[in-house]
Design a protein around this ligand. Structure first.
Ligand code: FO1
Length: 325
């Protein structure tokens, strides 16, 4: 379909997201696009069971962000949270390496109850989003039990939250294991949202543990190869904006730069956004297939998120217009 380059608000957009950076751009896109034009497809490889409860950190970070409930400093969990249950757990000598706020706990309790009643994770997520008045569609990447594990250099495996929170990302990694990835279907609506999208956005999430799990699911890469896909780097000047992405690149033997992020996605990418602070890195960039654009990608407040979202959509619209007959 041919569209006017000014008409970015009419784009159907699917965005792949996970973690705090993903939730930030998700909020920007949600604030800009009309209801019904945005589907967020969210990593669930970080999900785990804690105190018998199902915790879905990335899904919750995205939903809280879209609902306007997210804690602006931590980026995960809820704003104005209280910690009564968590401090009670501490008094009892219970494990406290993973912080659970009171209202956040309510979400995990209710999600676990609904899952036990037989609802799928997609259905539970839709229900929560309706309760919160979220305008865009939020889909977990799958309803099955997909788990991301991190292999550390002594050969042992850590579940993602054990690595990320309990071990503070300190162990040196040698790889990732995505359990049963090839057997787990994407959640209902995921493939069709990608098929129907004019533009697919990869949020500035960790490529290894937030975006790759989604790419592992059957059918996803095949669709992406047919679409206009743009990505924004979560690495600026060799450092992650937040989290261990740069450390992971270095430990995998790859320079921790935004150029490496571009290379990571190069099999299906059409456009790549790097931060203007990295402009020197891209000065001599000679890739012909992937179009690059330098932008201010740091998102410190809602205005930044909205501005970056608009610029990403304009970039996508430009790429679509280039292909129009
Ligand atoms: N991240 C931390 O660094 N420490 C925590 O104690 C922690 C608790 C937590 C509770 C609920 C939730 O939804 C997220 C939480 N996170 C915490 C963030 C989470 O581990 C990461 O954002 C993602 O898994 C990384 O993608």
């Amino acid at each position: 379909m041919t569209r006017s380059p000014d008409n970015y608000l009419s784009l159907q957009v699917a965005a792949l997201a996970g973690g705090v950076g993903g939730a930030k751009l998700a909020r920007g896109l949600d604030r800009v696009l009309p209801p019904g034009n945005l589907t967020l497809i969210v990593n669930t490889g970080d999900d785990f069971e804690h105190f018998g409860l199902r915790v879905s950190p990335d899904l919750d970070s995205v939903c809280y962000a879209l609902a306007g409930l997210a804690d602006p400093v931590r980026g995960w969990g809820r704003a104005d949270e209280t910690w009564n249950c968590f401090s009670g757990l501490g008094e009892l000598g219970a494990p406290t390496w993973f912080q659970l706020g009171d209202k956040d706990l309510a979400l995990h309790l209710e999600r676990t109850r609904l899952l036990q009643e037989g609802l799928s994770l997609s259905e539970v997520t839709r229900h929560f989003c309706e309760r919160w008045g979220v305008r865009s569609r939020v889909l977990p990447m799958c309803d099955g039990q997909f788990r991301t594990q991190v292999r550390i250099t002594d050969g042992s495996l850590l579940d993602f939250q054990e690595y990320f929170v309990r071990e503070r990302c300190e162990p040196v990694i040698s790889g990732f294991v995505f359990s049963r990835a090839e057997d787990i279907a994407p959640a209902p609506g995921v493939l069709s949202a990608l098929e129907e999208a004019d533009l697919v956005v990869l949020c500035p999430s960790n490529p290894w543990v937030s975006i790759d799990p989604i790419l592992q699911l059957p059918g996803i890469l095949e669709v992406l190869r047919k679409k206009t896909v743009i990505a924004v780097s979560p690495i600026i000047q060799g450092k992650s904006v937040k989290g261990p992405a740069a450390k992971m690149f270095a430990e995998m033997g790859i320079p921790p730069t935004s150029l490496s992020v571009l290379a990571h996605y190069s099999a299906f990418l059409e456009g790549f956004v790097y931060d203007l602070l990295d402009r020197d890195l891209f000065q001599n960039y000679e890739g012909e297939r992937i179009i690059i654009r330098g932008l201010n990608t740091l998102m410190q407040n809602d205005e930044d998120k909205t501005r970056l979202a608009i610029e990403m959509l304009r970039f996508g619209q430009d790429l679509i217009a280039r292909k129009a007959p």
